[in-house]
Structure formats: C-alpha cells, structure tokens
Design a protein around this ligand. Structure first.
Ligand SMILES: C[S@@+](CC[C@H](N)C(=O)[O-])C[C@H]1O[C@@H](n2cnc3c(N)ncnc32)[C@H](O)[C@@H]1O
Length: 322
C-alpha cells in the first residue's frame, strides 16, 4: 500500500538564491526577522560553522513552537518572540546583540508575509478556501481579530483599506456589503466574509473568465490591516540596515507589489538614489548601501512549478557600505 507524503507546512522560497547571496563567514552572525517554520534557518545553519550564532524572530507562537521542534537542539539558534518592527527596542534583543553581535550582523533575512502553515490552517482564519473564525492575526496572543477590526470600521475607512491594501477597485460596494453582513449578524467566519464579497463580484463569473477568486484582494487587504504589515516596514528595514556590519547583507523577500514597492523604495533611498519629484534637481542622499541585482530575483520556472506560492516572490538584496 502506498502512503501519501504529507504536504510540507511551508517550503522556503528562493532558498538557493538566499544561500548564494548571504555572506556566511566563520563565526557568522545572522538575524532572521521572520523565522517562520525555520526552513531558511535550517539551510543557512547547515552552511555555518559551530561558532556562528543565529537569532530567529517571529510574532507567531505556533511558528516559533514548530521552528523550535525542528531546530531547537541546535545551540547556535536563539528564538525570540517579537514583531520585527519592535525588535530594535526589545530588551532581549539588545541583550543578545550585546553578547553576540556587537560588531553588527553579517546577514539579515526578512521573508515577509504569511507562511503556508498560517494560510492553510482554517482555525487561523487567513483563507477564504476553508471555513474558520475571522481571526487573521499572526500574533494570536495580542491585537484585534479581523472581525473586531472590521467592527471598528466605517463604510469609508473599510473601503479605503480594501483599496489601499488590496488594490480592490470595487472597494466601496464591497465595504458596504461586509458591514451590512456584520450588522445583520451574518459575519463570523471566513466563508461569510467571502460571501459578502461575492454579492458584489459573483464568484462564478470570475471563474468563467479565468480570474482569481474575487475574495482574494479583500482577504489580502484585511490581513495587511489587521497585522499592520506595511505600516512600519520601511522603518524596520532602515533599522535592519543599521544593524548590519560593513560588508554585511540584507535579503528581503516580498510577495506582493505593495510590499515590494516599499522594500524597493527604502533600499534605493538608503543606497543614495533619489526617486522623489524634481529628478533634475541635484539631491545628495547619504549612501549606506550598495544594491545587488537591482531588479530583484524571482523564482525560476522549476521553483514556481514545484511550489506555486513562490510565484509572486521577489528577493531584493543590498550590502552595507563601510
Ligand atoms: C513567509 S513566513 C517565513 C518562512 C520562513 N522563512 C521559513 O522558511 O520557514 C513569514 C513569517 O513571518 C512572520 N511575520 C510576519 N510579519 C512579522 C512581523 N512583523 N514580525 C515578526 N514576524 C512576522 C509570520 O508569522 C511568518 O511566520
């Protein structure tokens, strides 16, 4: 009898490209801002010597638990419960860097967004494909659930969020449909949220035209808003650059254009490239970084076919200048 292999909880994306581009010298100091299930961590640690140290950060208790199950016996790894935006003021982070990374980090990785585990766990409420509570928090111990967040919105603020974070063109009627469902007591689960969207953009019509599920953009928008995913990304990347030693490298993987735009603009600004209005005016920005692969690296055909969630990924890399 053949036994089906269980699907992996999360396949690390652009793994070879991350390994090829991050420096791992003897006694390397590595900061992983989004440890997740430790896929990148496992591979990076396999290339590090025994004197190296790896600090893995994640705000999701379930992810940290699974990463510890996978890698917890490795004495080089420390796992920290924190949101990366808040890391720089965190006492445990400061204590760790005071002991192990006074000179800065050789490599910092940020693999942004959600893991497959989060997306595929119905009880986490991230996906319209399975019925689950409207939660969507990465940090299940703090903050408003998606339902609580929606309940605090007006038609206008919800429409703005759907437009800004989901690039949803039908944001206004969808916002009205969602709040109507809420006020009529029909909004408790992921399926209810998806159904509110389908009252505005019928699912079958989208399917017939070969378009993605109409609920995709709304779910992305609510998830980004609930987790504050874009608000402090630029500031966190700037702090990460400061935490690199000269010659150290930052690798950032993003999964949608809104995120990638912030990553690209922040790295370009820190590389001294002026993108603002009035391009002709001579503007001198301090140059902290050298950009590597300026257009970013995207998965090859083989990776995209083997791991479909990787298709929208883009890796951007930069090196800290002396
Ligand atoms: C794409 S997964 C990382 C997967 C990981 N590289 C691996 O190979 O297993 C992103 C992870 O980042 C975490 N995360 C997202 N935003 C975060 C934030 N602001 N602070 C800390 N962790 C965050 C999520 O909880 C999730 O576990």
């Amino acid at each position: 009898m053949s036994v089906a292999t269980p699907a992996p909880l999360h396949v690390p994306v652009l793994l070879q490209e991350v390994l090829d581009n991050l420096p791992l010298p003897p006694a390397a100091r590595i900061l992983d801002l989004t440890l997740g299930l430790g896929g990148h961590a496992e591979a990076l640690l396999a290339h590090c010597d025994p004197d190296s140290r790896y600090l893995g950060v994640d705000r999701d208790p379930q992810a940290r638990g699974l990463a510890l199950e996978r890698l917890g016996s490795d004495p080089r790894l420390t796992v920290l419960a924190c949101a990366y935006e808040e890391l720089w003021e965190d006492a445990a982070f400061q204590a760790w860097t005071g002991v192990y990374a006074q000179e800065g980090f050789d490599a910092i990785l940020a693999d942004l967004g959600v893991s497959t585990l989060q997306l595929r766990s119905p009880q986490r409420g991230f996906s319209f494909r399975d019925e689950g509570p409207l939660d969507m928090r990465m940090d299940t111990e703090h903050g408003l659930t998606a339902l609580d967040w929606i309940a605090e919105q007006t038609d206008e603020s919800l429409a703005d969020a759907l437009y800004q974070y989901g690039e949803e063109r039908a944001s206004r009627p969808i916002a009205r449909a969602i709040l109507r469902a809420l006020h009529e007591g029909r909004l408790a689960t992921t399926r209810h949220l998806a159904e509110a969207v389908y009252t505005v953009i019928p699912r079958e019509a989208a399917k017939r035209k070969g378009l993605s599920d109409p609920a995709t953009r709304t779910f992305q928008a609510v998830r980004i808003a609930v987790n504050g995913e874009l608000e402090r990304l630029a500031a966190a990347l700037e702090s990460a650059v400061k935490a690199l030693r000269p010659g150290g490298r930052l690798a950032v993987i993003s999964f949608h254009s809104l995120e990638d735009r912030i990553v690209k603009q922040t790295l370009r600004r820190l590389a001294g490239i002026y993108d603002g209005p009035g391009r002709l005016a001579p503007v001198t920005l301090p140059k902290h970084l050298r950009l590597l692969h300026p257009g970013g690296i995207v998965p090859g055909e083989a990776e995209a076919a083997a791991n479909p969630p990787s298709r929208s990924a883009r890796l951007r890399l930069a090196e800290r200048l002396p």
